[in-house]
Write a protein that binds this ligand. Structure first.
Ligand SMILES: [Zn+2]
Ligand SMILES: [Zn+2]
Length: 289
């Protein structure tokens, strides 16, 4: 994959960044910060019951500790924060022939977390499924300067805190055997990342897995809006099926957890079942899929 240098780099104003304390969404905004959060205001999220509140970079840095290490799935590094902040998203990192590839991001990356990423080779490619997985993507772009930042072009309106260098259409090969596919549905530009080398699907919010105490999947669901329990339309499900049925996988990684044992067949059976009746956002037990 070839990349070009950006002649406009440095010309954008370096406004301070603020995180919504309800969902963790970052906005760059003139001081003293934004009044509302577009992610919380959207139908897919819950509004903060006591009003909007925004944290500065220093406040978030003091509040959370960054953690990283191997994930449940071989070959995938996991980055997160504790205590839980915002949606509590995870950042996944893979080695590829195009360099180290980050998909989705943790809510925050401290200076130590950035140094540790840099020591392991930085990131050459950064991508995300949709806004609920962006976390502090802006911070990784600012600090590690990956050559490629890819997000589905139809979701560009959600990306103002960072700069998309490679707006993705329906299919974009980010590295050999690692391909971004637009599914739409949950968001119009919602995209999944398929790693055919390992048989993993980084499925964004196209799937929700209910897990037991050991992290094994008990049930799967698909939804337009999880909080409000709004199902996907049948047209959205058909478009989703067309993409996912072609991809061979034996594990999925949402923006929140790695789930071994969820296969292409499970997901296709889930979609077929949802298409066989009225739209439904409820969980379907794994043993029925
Ligand atoms: Zn929010
Ligand atoms: Zn989502």
């Amino acid at each position: 994959m070839t990349t070009s240098t950006n002649p406009y780099r440095g010309l954008l104003p370096d406004l301070p960044a603020y995180a919504c304390t309800n969902c963790g969404h970052w906005q760059r905004w003139p001081a003293p910060g934004p009044l509302t959060c577009p992610v919380c205001a959207d139908v897919r999220n819950a509004l903060p019951a006591d009003g909007f509140c925004f944290a500065t970079v220093d406040e978030v840095d003091r509040t959370v500790t960054c953690q990283s290490g191997p994930s449940l799935l071989p070959g995938v590094e996991e980055h997160g924060c504790g205590p839980r902040f915002g949606l509590d998203s995870r950042g996944w990192v893979l080695e590829t022939d195009a360099g180290r590839l980050g998909f989705e991001c943790a809510p925050w990356y401290s200076d130590d977390a950035i140094s540790s990423l840099r020591e392991r080779g930085g990131l050459q490619v950064l991508a995300a499924s949709h806004v609920h997985g962006y976390g502090a993507l802006w911070r990784l772009q600012e600090q590690l300067e990956p050559a490629v930042v890819a997000v589905g072009v139809r979701d560009l309106e959600w990306t103002k805190a960072f700069r998309v260098t490679w707006p993705a259409d329906d299919r974009l090969e980010l590295a050999a055997g690692v391909v971004l596919h637009r599914t739409g549905g949950h968001f119009d530009g919602h995209s999944v990342l398929h790693d055919s080398r390992h048989g993993y699907l980084f499925c964004g919010d196209s799937l929700k897995a209910d897990l037991d105490d050991e992290g094994r999947p008990l049930a799967l669901s698909a939804h337009k809006a999880f909080h409000a329990q709004i199902p996907l339309s049948h047209g959205e499900l058909r478009a989703y099926r067309e993409v996912v049925a072609q991809l061979d996988f034996g594990a999925v990684l949402t923006p929140f957890e790695a789930v071994p044992g969820v296969t292409t067949d499970h997901v296709v059976h889930l979609v077929d079942r949802l298409l066989s009746g009225p739209p439904d956002a409820g969980p379907v037990p794994m043993d029925e899929l």
